[in-house]
Design a protein around this ligand. Structure first.
Ligand SMILES: [Zn+2]
Length: 235
């Protein structure tokens, strides 16, 4: 069975075209079922499948890959990945919007910077130092390592939405506290906001008798602030 071994960015570069076909396959029947643009209700336009904001293809890819990342390296059986990626589109109505071309363009333009655009930028620049690039997996791995050694005041700042917005310009707090000893169902509930995963359900961070989930929603504008915070910590 074919396996992929490489970084997250390489995964996007080599596997994304294949994943696009999978999305087309998933959404074809659904488009017919919906039968009209979900925005303007046009029935005679050619319908396209748009990923709902926050559930873009690279976001789902990264979520699935969280289980297969070790440090910077992703090691995954491609068939296993594809099955999990397809599962992540269920229920499809929460992930895919059926839109006509003009409504699709308008919908995408509402999002100022989609993760997909970021990924392309990163591949083109390919210069970590200049772009200040650090992958989402690197950020979450770093947090999992460093948080147990932080003092309580710093942890409280990472739990505070307003502090995190001020420091990293993120939309959710960097850490989410969950009850100690939570089972998987509880963790899943805490990890979501309005049905979308914002914190990783994997490898909760244990500090004394407290447990925290780590934010997965890191976009281009958050990476520089994160790197600055990281260098201040280690200074
Ligand atoms: Zn439309």
């Amino acid at each position: 069975m074919a396996s992929f071994v490489g970084t997250f960015d390489e995964f996007i570069k080599y596997i994304n075209p294949r994943v696009k076909n999978v999305v087309n396959g998933i959404s074809r029947a659904y488009k017919n079922e919906v039968g009209q643009c979900e925005h303007c209700e046009s029935t005679d336009a050619v319908l396209e499948a748009a990923h709902v904001t926050g559930r873009e293809r690279p976001v789902i890819i990264e979520e699935v890959l969280q289980d297969y990342v070790n440090g910077e390296l992703v090691t995954v059986d491609l068939e296993v990945f594809e099955n999990r990626f397809i599962q992540a589109h269920d229920p499809i109505s929460e992930v895919i919007k059926v839109l006509c071309r003009p409504c699709h363009v308008q919908y995408d333009n509402q999002v100022k910077s989609t993760p997909e655009q970021e990924t392309i930028e990163v591949v083109i620049k390919n210069s970590e130092a200049e772009s200040g690039h650090i992958s989402n997996a690197e950020i979450t791995d770093y947090l999992r390592r460093v948080v147990p050694s932080l003092d309580e005041a710093e942890i409280e700042r990472l739990l505070s939405l307003s502090d995190c917005q001020g420091k990293f310009d993120v939309n959710f707090a960097v850490l989410k506290e969950i009850p100690a000893g939570s089972d998987m169902d509880t963790i899943r509930r805490y990890a979501q906001v309005n049905g979308y995963n914002r914190w990783s359900t994997r490898r909760p961070i244990q500090v004394g008798n407290r447990m925290f989930l780590v934010l997965t929603q890191w976009y281009e504008g958050n990476r520089g602030p994160f790197l600055r915070w990281k260098s201040e910590l280690s200074a």
